[in-house]
Design a protein around this ligand. Sequence first.
Ligand SMILES: *[C@@H]1O[C@H](CO)[C@@H](O)[C@H](O)[C@H]1NC(C)=O
Ligand SMILES: *[C@@H]1O[C@H](CO)[C@@H](O)[C@H](O)[C@H]1NC(C)=O
Ligand SMILES: *[C@@H]1O[C@H](CO)[C@@H](O)[C@H](O)[C@H]1NC(C)=O
Ligand SMILES: *[C@@H]1O[C@H](CO)[C@@H](O)[C@H](O)[C@H]1NC(C)=O
Ligand SMILES: *[C@@H]1O[C@H](CO)[C@@H](O)[C@H](O)[C@H]1NC(C)=O
Length: 405
Amino acid sequence: MSLERNLLQNFGVWCLVLLVSSCVANAHNFDDTFDPITRRALVAGSQGHGGGHPVDPGNQSPQVHYKVVDVSKFPPAKGDGKCDSTQGIMKAWAEVCHCNAPSKLLIPKGTWLTAELDFRGPCEAPHIMIEIQGILLGKPDKQAFPRGWWINIMGVHGSFVLAQSNHSRVENLNFVNAKGFNMKVFEAEDVTITNLHITSPDESPNTDGIHIGRIRDVRILDSFIGTGDDCVSIGDGSIDILVKNIMCGPGHGISIGSLGRFEYETDVRNVLVDNCTFTRTQNGARIKTFHDSPQIAAHNITYSNLIMTDVYNPIIIDQNYAVSKPTPSKVKLSDIKFRNIKGTTWSNIAVSLNCSSAVPCQGVELFDVDLRYTGNNTVDKITHSACAHANAKFGGVMNPPGCKI
Ligand SMILES: *[C@@H]1O[C@H](CO)[C@@H](O)[C@H](O)[C@H]1NC(C)=O
Ligand SMILES: *[C@@H]1O[C@H](CO)[C@@H](O)[C@H](O)[C@H]1NC(C)=O
Ligand SMILES: *[C@@H]1O[C@H](CO)[C@@H](O)[C@H](O)[C@H]1NC(C)=O
Ligand SMILES: *[C@@H]1O[C@H](CO)[C@@H](O)[C@H](O)[C@H]1NC(C)=O
Ligand SMILES: *[C@@H]1O[C@H](CO)[C@@H](O)[C@H](O)[C@H]1NC(C)=O
């Protein structure tokens, strides 16, 4: 016992020294943006575009000021694509982790060659963000990755952000029990995300596995995602998106949205979610939009070849987010297809298509849906569809039967 305490105290002192020397050195270096997903809103607001002041009705993103720790300040890290930057980046990580304020590990423009990166907690920093603006490049030799993965993020409270990086590949990452952890990718083109393994506790709030927005030409493939919120959420401005071979659960499903929360949002189109499994998730295929929204659209969305296991809302369109606001959603949903979706559901309403009264859905089609009830309701053991303003067409095998028009 006493030995343990001594060790802890010594660790504390060492930690403090590190803190004083490093945090102070970069103390001027604050990044006063908050959630990077809404950064443009802040900038646009301050320049007075359209007068739309970014108000967050859900007020879920507290404003966080990050201390920025730039890896280029840590030799031997060098963004030249040749030097091995691993040690420098790990030194920068130690500073981020042991700083007692929210801090950001910034990997700036350049190409950063690395071996295994083991970003491990527990950390003192209450919130950590890893922002990659440049390119992280794995070393070509296999010995550089003795444990079989490249970047490991474990037991850390924070988020992983890939921003403004065209032609990016994110592969073979492992996120374990990172409370409040999520990955955000935005303002980019041509991004491929493959072979991620994300597990966080299902009770962790607002921890989307992967959130994308304002982005074009993205592939999210071959990954396992278990989390407390959406496994994948596709935000406004997402165009040409493929989500394929994802195992989701626990979590809240693979969602388009929420859309229409902010004035500046733009359309979503051409999204295909294919060959995914959902295990004990709250939702499966979900589209959600806010009341009191700008007039935007989500068009050409297909969910196909999905397997549901004990999912509460396997197929759900919900245009009544923030329903307390009287103005119905003006996010127009059109050309929305659900095809070959099978498995079991824990709620009787297996298909819920609740569209906006202001802009009814157009071109919603369900084809070959077979969802069996496995919940605990002993009175009603069959599944049903519920529709409002949906104008949906149903074909192929339909269990539950489609809504009567
Ligand atoms: C990414 O590509 C878009 C469209 O080609 C371009 O406008 C943008 O500047 C590029 N971003 C970067 C960081 O190169
Ligand atoms: C569907 O996804 C599973 C993993 O969940 C994968 O094993 C299988 O190969 C995929 N099938 C196709 C046709 O891509
Ligand atoms: C609809 O989206 C899919 C990708 O999900 C794309 O392949 C197809 O070309 C799009 N259709 C149109 C008419 O743009
Ligand atoms: C049904 O009851 C069992 C046993 O009490 C419980 O474990 C399970 O979570 C319940 N299922 C639902 C859908 O509520
Ligand atoms: C649609 O959502 C509203 C608001 O939550 C609810 O009152 C209504 O019953 C729902 N309609 C259907 C058909 O589920």
